[in-house]
Design a protein around this ligand. Structure first.
Ligand code: SF4
Length: 420
């Protein structure tokens, strides 16, 4: 059971029950430890060679999977080998430990352990079932399983929070972060209570995050900003578009769905574009390619309230569980972590806009799309973005690139404008 000395924090107003949607069985190969392999061979009465397994590489194991040696391979259709029409065929037999954890995440900090959720799950997307705050006993048991799978993680992660930065080279104490986070979580909780009904021009989640970025920016020393660096030849608007195009290819391109995110491709794409600026930058959305001019020619307008509610919940859970900067995500600074979240939200909105443009092309300019259809699109987009985000580990080049590119006070506001 969870130790009393390390409190378990549960996000407010968030619900979950498993709807047996099996989306968790589509996203990525399931990592297995030695106990999983033994249970599988025993329960299925097969040898290890007969199991659909691959070995994890050293770098995959170092990326947070130290105790895991193999992965359950997928079938050619991208589904887990043990997924059948009625769900997981291993459910009461030898369900791997990682699948038992899903969709929960746990983030250890100096102030206790924070619960998060994966938005790959339909139960999470729809906010269905009992409030998490009413499931504290079950959550404590799931945390106990998490502890057995990742015995070293608590100590390492807590230590990692002692070395966080507001921006690259500007240290931040965990206690100061905690103070900053209070107002952000309050804003998000108030927005959740309104269930997406009060929209600002650029959407509730993006407005709240952009405001937070500005608050952080105001606390950073003037000398760090890129525009104040001697010799800077920044082309800020073009770089905004390069960021959107490079991250769109990694996060929302349909052809990349169900593949693990390879952040080297992002860093490579950004640096290639920067070295020889592309004349015809194309953004991949909804199975087609769009120029920025096509996307800018029309405004998508406000999203339906249910979509705003989903975006706010997605951001609230990420912020609450602190899985967006520091030890929570690739050791990004707080400023770059918030900027990265704004970038992903902007991509989600641009993906919707691209789908509206495609439909208007085929059905005519007056064609109206109903709110339920837009919510279905957004659900698929958020599911893909969250799955990529959860499996992403940014290397030194990608981190350095984000740190530099988000040292621009106006970048977040411009990204939000571009996605409107
Ligand atoms: S083992 Fe079962 S729960 Fe895990 S991914 Fe495969 S089908 Fe899904």
């Amino acid at each position: 059971m969870h130790s009393l000395t390390s409190p378990l924090h549960i996000p407010a107003a968030i619900r979950f029950e498993c709807t047996r949607c099996a989306y968790c069985c589509l996203s990525w190969p399931v990592p297995l430890n030695e106990t999983d392999v033994k249970r599988l061979t025993g329960a299925l009465a097969v040898s290890e060679e007969q199991l659909p397994l691959s070995f994890l590489s050293e770098s995959e194991r170092q990326g947070g999977l130290v105790g895991f040696t193999r992965a359950l391979e997928k079938r050619p259709d991208g589904k887990c080998s043990y997924l059948i029409d009625s769900g997981c065929s291993l459910q009461n037999l030898a369900k791997p430990a990682m699948c038992q954890l899903f969709p929960y995440t746990f983030m250890d900090t100096p102030a206790g352990t924070f619960v998060g959720l994966s938005f790959a799950s339909s139960g999470v997307i729809n906010n269905s079932g009992k409030l998490l705050s009413e499931q504290a006993t079950e959550l404590a048991s799931t945390l106990a399983l998490f502890r057995t799978l990742f015995p070293q993680l608590e100590k390492e992660t807590v230590a990692g929070w002692r070395a966080i930065n507001m921006a690259e080279g500007v240290p931040l104490s965990y206690e100061s972060y905690d103070q900053l986070e209070i107002s952000l979580l309050n804003d998000l909780q108030q927005a959740l209570a309104r269930q997406g009904m009060t929209l600002t021009k650029h959407g509730t989640a993006t407005a709240i995050l952009s405001r937070f970025y500005k608050l952080l920016a105001d606390r950073c020393p003037t000398a760090i900003w890129r525009e104040n660096l001697p010799g800077s030849t920044a082309r800020p608007k073009q770089i905004d578009q390069i960021l959107l195009a490079s991250f769109a290819a990694a996060y929302v391109d349909d052809s990349q769905n169900h593949k693990l995110l390879d952040d080297r491709l992002i860093a490579e794409a950004v640096s290639n574009f920067l070295m020889s600026p592309a004349t015809g930058l194309l953004l991949p959305f909804a199975g087609a390619k769009f120029t920025m001019a096509q996307l800018l020619d029309s405004a998508s307008g406000p999203l339906p309230p249910a979509c705003e509610d989903l975006l706010v919940r997605f951001i609230y859970v990420r912020i609450f569980s602190k899985m967006y900067f520091g030890p929570g995500f690739s050791q990004l600074s707080l400023l770059a972590g918030v900027g990265h979240l704004v970038l992903l939200l902007s991509l989600a909105r641009l993906s919707i806009k691209a789908r509206l443009l495609l439909l208007k092309d085929t059905e005519g300019p007056d064609f109206k799309v109903d709110d339920d259809q837009i919510l279905l699109w957004l659900t698929a987009i958020i599911r893909q973005v969250d799955s990529k985000f959860a499996s992403a580990r940014y290397g030194a080049n990608t981190r350095a690139m984000l740190e530099i590119l988000f040292l621009d006070r106006e970048r977040c506001a411009r990204l939000v404008n571009l996605s409107w």
